[in-house]
Ligand binder design. Structure first.
Ligand SMILES: [Zn+2]
Length: 523
């Protein structure tokens, strides 16, 4: 049980007889009990006659034991490294203390160097760009075997890494040597809330860099972040920040809204790949980053291997929304997975397979992350249509995995000339395979397609193994068996090898993979 973290009271112990100095302390009998016992345990507490203590925290265990945390003053100066915790048993008796000090303090407290010279030394030691005039507090420093009278100089600015920084530079008050440096701004994961455009209200993990400063960057998922291009077509824009960790308003009227969707898509994609055993998008913990509000009225989104980043357009403001839907985010990031695994060349049959992997895994991300009325399905990009937003079962989309020809350009079945098509059309055969493998020859809701019209070879008795098994097989094929020039026939062989590894050659899944490829004429 924790009973608060405020500063309770200041007790001066010049005579080894601490007294309770504030009304708040009267209300905290545990802290008072600890203070009363301090003189009897001066050695364990490394107390000197010039020490005083400020109680910071009291923790009560359920068994009655207590722990009182205190900061130390020496001759009225704060002692950096002088903090301690007094541990008391259930009876209230002193048990022991935690402190890193090995002996009590004994030093002169009149500095030979001025505060101004210490500030100059601290500025010189700060790696980055300072802003404003640093402040300085005369202190006692006792850490890591060094004890000295020192100036604690707080330098604010931007660190060399580009992050905001509030660095304490500890400067020896006699010699001006820099004794230590530490930053008050730490990477702190904070729980934020986003009002998205296409996924309702979503949780976000952000980076808290100040009391009221939150950055749209997720320290728990590879530090991926969202930048605002604000209509520009070049540069990296600026990373979104916010004061209350509530982001967006579910409408394009707020610039943060599209960023919320991009962030949520990135989170969901990261988590999806983690569920497959992949560490980040690049396989080694890297996530890339996203840029939203690219150009004006841009109806597309794209992945770039060179920046390992995603870029989202805003749509045309009429027919198309910003292109930040879940399956689009999953699609783009999967290009990053493919580029760091099989490396499928983006032309011919390998290009079609590359696009198809992005559609398949983008769909998996959509199934994983969907919230609100935008139900998941095997359509691609359906949520970029303004008219489809919050419609549970839309029927217009960029692509249709269960019947690719519904887009007017993609073939349903493999032919030897398929590699001549644009990669967004030659992808259809593999998308079709994935649908049949996951769901069988069954018309999705919103459509009334006969089983025979869903297959190329008349075999409508396909076994549906479900999306999870199907995606595991595809992921293993992509990362273990396929290479940069894999074609459709080789893709079939790779997925069979993957299914054999995961489920065995006599498994339902193995046989279903073979039957689903045959059903799209890949033999
Ligand atoms: Zn793509």
């Amino acid at each position: 049980m924790k009973i608060g973290k405020s500063l309770f009271f200041l007790a001066i112990s010049a005579s080894f007889a601490p007294t309770i100095a504030s009304a708040a302390a009267d209300n905290n009998p545990v802290a008072a009990q600890a203070l009363n016992q301090m003189p009897a345990h001066a050695q364990a507490l490394r107390m000197s006659a010039r020490d005083a203590f400020v109680v910071k925290d009291v923790i009560l265990d359920t068994n009655g034991a207590s722990h009182v945390r205190m900061d130390r003053l020496y001759a009225g100066l704060p002692v950096i490294g002088g903090d301690l915790v007094m541990h008391m048993s259930a009876s209230g008796a002193f048990a022991n203390a935690s402190t890193t000090m090995t002996s009590s303090l004994s030093l002169a407290t009149k500095p030979k160097a001025s505060s101004g010279s210490a500030i100059r030394a601290a500025n010189a030691a700060f790696a980055g760009i300072t802003s404003g005039q640093p402040s300085s507090v005369l202190s006692v420093y006792t850490r890591n075997g060094v004890t000295a009278l020192a100036y604690d100089v707080l330098v604010r600015g931007t660190a060399a890494s580009g992050r905001p920084s509030e660095t304490h530079v500890i400067v020896d008050a006699n010699t001006l040597a820099v004794l230590d440096k530490f930053d008050d701004i730490k990477t702190t994961a904070a729980a934020g809330t986003g009002n998205s455009l296409t996924s309702g209200v979503v949780p976000l993990t952000t980076d808290q860099t100040g009391a009221t400063t939150f950055v749209l960057r997720d320290p728990t998922r590879g530090n991926h972040y969202i930048n605002d291009l604000a209509g520009r077509r070049s540069g990296n824009g600026t990373t979104y920040t916010d004061s209350d960790n509530l982001w967006g308003n579910s409408s394009t009227s707020n610039s943060q809204t599209a960023a919320v969707d991009a962030m949520y898509g990135q989170n969901t994609t990261w988590d999806f790949y983690q569920s497959l055993g992949r560490n980040g998008i690049n396989g080694t913990g890297g996530a890339g980053y996203s840029r939203v509000h690219y150009s004006r009225n841009y109806v597309n989104a794209y992945w770039s291997d060179s920046c390992f980043c995603m870029t989202y357009g805003d749509g045309d403001g009429a027919t198309y929304l910003p292109l930040v839907a879940l399956d689009v985010a999953g699609h783009e990031m999967t290009h990053g997975v493919t580029s760091t695994s099989a490396g499928l060349v983006y032309s011919g049959q390998s290009g079609g397979l590359n696009e198809s992997m992005s559609d398949i895994m983008g769909t998996m991300v959509e199934f994983r992350g969907t919230k609100g009325n935008n139900l998941p399905n095997y359509l691609i990009g359906e949520r970029i249509y303004t008219a489809n937003n919050n419609v549970p079962t839309p029927t217009t989309a960029l692509r249709y995995m269960f019947k690719p020809s519904l887009d007017g350009a993609s073939p349903d079945c493999y032919t030897s000339t398929i590699g001549n098509l644009d990669v967004h059309f030659s992808s259809g055969v593999s998308n079709h395979f994935f649908y049949l493998l996951s769901e069988g020859a069954v018309s999705p809701s919103g459509f009334s397609l006969s089983p025979a019209s869903l297959v190329c070879n008349g075999n409508t008795a396909l076994t549906a193994i479900g999306r999870d098994a199907a995606s595991r097989i595809l992921y293993r094929a992509l990362t273990v068996y396929w290479t940069s020039s894999t074609n459709y026939s080789q893709a079939r062989a790779g997925t069979l090898s993957a299914a054999a590894d995961l489920y065995g050659t006599s498994s339902t899944q193995y046989n279903a993979v073979a039957a689903a490829w045959s059903a799209v004429s890949v033999n």
